[in-house]
Write a protein that binds this ligand. Structure first.
Ligand code: ADP
Ligand code: MG
Length: 635
């Protein structure tokens, strides 16, 4: 058995073909062969199977070695072709070799055929191996390139002198330089002036470091870098390869998280003292109010009493400021028209503005409905306007604008907490000195202020932030040194309003029996007096047990219960549950320094018809009592 070989014989003479094949047999081959003598037959043969070798007779009438070589060439296949001829001389040989034949053998001298075939098969094998090695190399290059292109990093290499020899990767965009601007240039020259980058390069070249411990700022982004020595076969150091990852977004998120943790800590602290503090304020406020109501208008004590009330109110506002941005204040969300709030605040502000500052309103929002707390929004706008005013001691323009905006998912330039959706935006813009990016990062921090002691508390913007968050919105800040500052509060757009009448009754009165539950007798007494003065019949309990006993005794007459939330023993919520179990129709009002947002929905299920934020005015609580009683279904 010879070595198998597939041979395409281009020959018009079958005997010559036999002779050729026999020569191959003698040379130790076992040829599988086919004879063709037209271009079409040859094309067909090439199409249907693969061949190791073509043997072409030079002089077939109408067809021959040269046309056969053309057919082979057109096919794109790498099949060695040896030309056989009876007649040819030197010139023919040159022609066929030019046309792509691998060798030229005279038919009279067929002994030359087998060595030629052997050589050709060997060379074809070598060629095939080289092609597949090249293919493999190309594939692995392509894979590497795909990896480099897909990874959001920059891969680069430096020689030992610090010249960049390689720079690739999708991260190049973030670096703001093209490959051409990097490769072939010295890193030291390119980054002259950026000490952080230079320190990295120096350390890496010296082999001192393999990664950046601190984030490296460059081109307005933040990078994390890794380094590794690049060595030759003998272990000699050829240079350094590096990887830079853009971690700007991650750093930003971490900062955000830290900020919200700080806010939360402060909120917890504020929440902790708010209850006691509010109770004290409540007592001060309530007694002053009662005293003043008992006095005639011209009484000389009235100004002092008003002074006490005013001071207590300011203290209450301070506490409520702390609570607002920590979201623990019982904020009073309802559908409102933002423009009404803006107009009212502007009117209020305008009176206090120096003549050098002009206030301009541009209420451009076609839809200004939001679910909000007008007092809180007014406070936020006021804080922004006060800052703007303080930023323009020599005068300037204060612009308050509203607009409708749609925030797209992943919109660039937006703060990380920005949720996509439709918003009503209120912006306050000044022509003051503006702020650099470092300052912009810090202004929302509670207690961050650049103002003199006693002038600034550093709470203004922390509150603005908190107000926006408690309205499911966010604050966007745009500023540049020398180009003014613009704060925008984004509030989710609400459905259009249904017209409804506002119940505004300053002198609400009543004659119903109201059960008052308050553990501090000072406050309980105060509440009793407030209700009595407006004609109600208050029953006072100092705790849940006493309240339940009173309820059992006066079940028929009690129309409503006002209970404090925080009490020793069973608290206001537990009491509400107990009462609700006994009489599901009994309306309950909860008085509290703060309620977490998450609790409000739960309250409805326990007969709680309203929450009164402490400290309250007599008018407020009586109005609320009246409101809830009037809302009872007719029986
Ligand atoms: P405060 O006004 O009590 O200092 P804020 O939280 O309101 O506290 O503001 C914090 C700091 O932010 C200010 O001290 C000021 O340095 C800076 N700032 C706020 N608003 C502006 C503004 N419109 N222009 C320039 N700087 C501002
Ligand atoms: Mg301020």
């Amino acid at each position: 058995m010879g070595r198998p070989i597939r041979v395409l014989v281009v020959e018009d003479n079958p005997e010559d073909a036999d002779l050729t094949v026999r020569a191959l047999h003698r040379g130790g081959y076992a040829p599988a062969w086919q004879r063709v003598d037209t271009a079409e037959a040859m094309r067909e043969a090439l199409r249907v199977q693969s061949w190791d070798l073509a043997l072409a007779d030079y002089g077939i009438p109408g067809f021959g070695a040269l046309p056969a070589l053309r057919v082979l060439h057109e096919s794109g296949l790498d099949i060695p072709c040896i030309v056989l001829s009876r007649t040819a001389g030197e010139e023919t040989a040159v022609d066929v070799m030019r046309a792509g034949a691998r060798d030229y053998v005279k038919k009279e001298n067929l002994t030359r055929l087998v060595p030629a075939v052997e050589r050709e098969l060997r060379e074809a094998q070598v060629r095939r191996e080289r092609v597949s090695a090249e293919e493999a190399l190309r594939e692995s290059r392509e894979l590497l390139q795909a990896v480099v292109n897909a990874a959001p990093v920059i891969l680069f290499a430096l020689d030992n002198a610090g010249t960049i020899t390689f720079a690739e990767g999708r991260g190049l965009e973030a670096l703001g330089r093209t490959q051409g601007e990097l490769v072939g240039h010295s890193a030291f020259a390119l980054y002259r002036g950026n000490e952080e980058v230079l320190a990295q390069v120096r350390g890496a070249l010296a082999g001192e470091r393999d990664h950046s411990v601190a984030p490296v700022p460059c081109a307005g982004r933040t990078f994390e870098m890794r380094w590794a020595a690049f060595r030759g076969r003998g272990g000699e150091r050829l240079g350094t390869i590096g990887l830079a990852a853009d971690i700007t977004d991650r750093v930003e998120l971490e900062r955000e998280l830290l900020h919200s943790q700080k806010m939360q800590a402060l909120g917890t602290l504020a929440g902790g003292i708010a209850h006691d503090f509010n109770n004290l304020l409540q007592a001060i406020l309530g007694h002053a109010e009662l005293l003043r109501e008992r006095k005639a208008d011209e009484d000389p004590d009235v100004p002092s009493l008003s002074g006490i009330e005013e001071a207590a109110h300011r203290a209450a506002r301070l506490i409520s400021e702390l609570l607002t941005f920590s979201r623990m204040q019982a904020i009073n969300l309802r559908p409102i028209a933002l423009h009404e709030v803006v107009r009212a605040t502007a009117e209020h502000l305008e009176r206090g503005l120096p003549s050098s500052v002009t206030l301009r309103l541009e209420l451009g929002a076609a839809r200004d409905r939001v679910v909000g707390d007008p007092d809180r929004l007014q406070q936020a706008m006021q804080n922004l306007c006060m800052n703007a005013r303080e930023a323009m001691p020599d005068g300037g323009e204060l612009l308050v604008e509203t607009a409708n905006r749609v925030v797209e998912p992943g919109e660039p330039g937006m703060v990380p907490e920005a949720e996509p959706g439709r918003y009503v935006v209120m912006s306050v813009q000044d022509s003051g000195p503006g702020m650099d990016p470092d300052m912009q990062r810090r202004v929302f921090d509670p207690f961050f202020t650049t103002k003199d002691v006693g002038k600034g508390t550093g709470l203004g913007l922390a509150i603005v932030y908190g107000v926006a968050r408690s309205h499911s919105g966010f604050v966007q800040l745009v500023s540049e040194p020398g180009r003014g500052t613009r704060f925008s509060i984004y509030l989710p757009e609400a459905e259009p309003a249904r017209p409804h009448a506002e119940p505004a009754d300053e002198e609400a009165r009543g004659s119903e029996t109201v059960l008052v539950v308050e553990d501090e007798s000072m406050l309980a007494d105060l509440l009793r007096q407030m209700l009595e003065r407006r004609g109600f019949l208050p029953l006072v309990a100092h705790g849940a047990d006493e309240a339940l006993a009173l309820f059992e005794a006066h079940r028929e007459s009690i129309a409503l219960v006002v209970t404090d939330l925080v009490m020793p023993g069973r608290d206001g919520m537990e009491l509400a549950q107990e009462l609700h179990a006994r009489d599901t129709a009994l309306p309950i009002l909860l008085a509290t320094g703060y309620v977490a947002d998450s609790d409000v929905a739960e309250l409805q299920g326990w007969g709680i018809r309203g929450v009164i934020a402490k400290p309250y005015r007599a008018g407020d609580i009586v109005r609320k009592v009246r409101e809830v009683l009037d809302a009872r279904p007719e029986s």
